[in-house]
Design a protein. Structure first.
Length: 117
């Protein structure tokens, strides 16, 4: 199953800056971000079997470090759990993931999700 999240998600550095201001603000920031991600899963069935996810991170330029960019998978997986698409994001439910990076005019993330036995 392929899902395209048409958002430029925050990097680890951006999230750390929010966390440094106030822990309550950081929790609110994360909750609002998850709420922005969830509509991209509309119509997707709940994954009953464990999943493997390939993340394709499309960035507008090469300014952000790759490890900071792919940190945003934390927000995506937590949103999937919050929305009921995954039972949990532990090792029993998410058995692996890969990251690849491309560059284009609009930042976005493509998820190719495969259920595994």
């Amino acid at each position: 199953m392929r899902i395209v999240i048409g958002l430029k998600l925050p990097s680890l550095n951006e999230y750390i800056n929010v966390c440094r201001t106030n822990r309550y603000k950081a929790a609110e920031y994360k909750r609002k971000l998850e709420a922005k991600i969830l509509p991209y899963f509309a119509g997707v069935k709940r994954f009953e079997k464990p999943v493997r996810i390939n993340f394709v991170w499309i960035e507008e330029n090469k300014r952000r470090d790759l490890d900071n960019v792919c940190f945003a998978k934390k927000f995506i997986l937590d949103a999937m759990v919050r929305g009921g698409y995954l039972k949990d994001d532990n090792r029993k439910c998410v058995v692996g993931f890969t990251d690849s990076f491309e560059y284009g005019e609009k930042a976005r993330v493509i998820l190719d999700i495969e259920e595994v036995e």
